[in-house]
Design a protein around this ligand. Structure first.
Ligand code: SF4
Length: 238
């Protein structure tokens, strides 16, 4: 029998434990750290860091984002004003480790300018009514659904499931859905999971872990925690 997302969530959590995603800086000398099981609220700076990371992680891996965050922080661009004050060329150089650095520097400027125009507290802004806030984020140049939803979930603590290529890949192989456009996949997960930001955040991170360990571009099903309940995994002869 094919496992549903709730069962898959429980199995992955048991197999891998809490992932502590999204990593944020606690001590500037250490850079972003994972905090499994952490339940406290983020500081304003940490919320900004998540938003910046959500933009920088587009089309690159997290290691490169960490490098860019460290250089940004080292240069004093840790908050929205710091980003806006940094000259564009300098900002491009600082985010260069994350790739597409000209575009990303421009996206950061646009985001920072807009967030500051919404008031002094990014936390309060991210508490605005969800539908209109999501539309607002999506209206910003360089913010697509995955970035907007990462900001809403991980910086704002809002119950919005983030769909990424890994969730689509695993869901298709598991037999959860055939269509894989963003909205369809997001509605699927939202329907099948309890409406809980902590569950969405953890499950997203667990799916990333599964994609790294087993459900790669070419899947390695033996030993996968979902194998017995996965359509593709059961069809494998090993
Ligand atoms: S059993 Fe194979 S295809 Fe299914 S989730 Fe695991 S690695 Fe992916």
């Amino acid at each position: 029998m094919t496992l549903g997302p709730s069962e898959a969530y429980r199995k992955l959590l048991k197999a891998y434990g809490p992932r502590g995603w999204w990593p944020v800086t606690v001590k500037p000398s250490k850079g972003p750290v994972y905090r499994p099981g952490h339940q406290g609220r983020l500081t304003e700076r940490q919320r900004v860091e998540v938003c910046v990371g959500a933009i920088l992680t587009q089309n690159t891996n997290w290691k490169n984002v960490e490098s860019a965050l460290r250089t940004l922080h080292g240069a004093g661009a840790r908050d929205l004003r710091g980003i806006l004050k940094t000259p564009s060329r300098r900002l491009e150089a600082l985010v260069r480790p994350s790739g597409y650095f000209r575009q990303k520097a421009k996206k950061l400027k646009i985001f920072a300018r807009h967030a500051l125009s919404r008031g002094r507290s990014i936390g309060k802004w991210l508490d605005a009514p969800l539908d209109s806030l999501r539309e607002e984020l999506l209206s910003l140049w360089g913010v697509g659904p995955e970035t907007a939803d990462s900001i809403l979930l991980y910086a704002g603590g809002r119950p919005v499931f983030v769909v990424d290529a890994y969730a689509v890949r695993i869901g298709r192989r598991a037999g959860w859905f055939r269509r894989h456009d963003y909205d369809h996949v997001q509605r699927f997960f939202t329907r099948k999971l309890p409406k809980d930001a902590a569950v969405y955040a953890e499950f997203h991170a667990l799916l990333v872990e599964l994609a790294k360990r087993h459900c790669r571009a070419t899947p390695s099903c033996p030993g996968c925690p979902l194998k017995e309940g996965c359509r593709h995994g059961r069809a494998e002869r090993n």
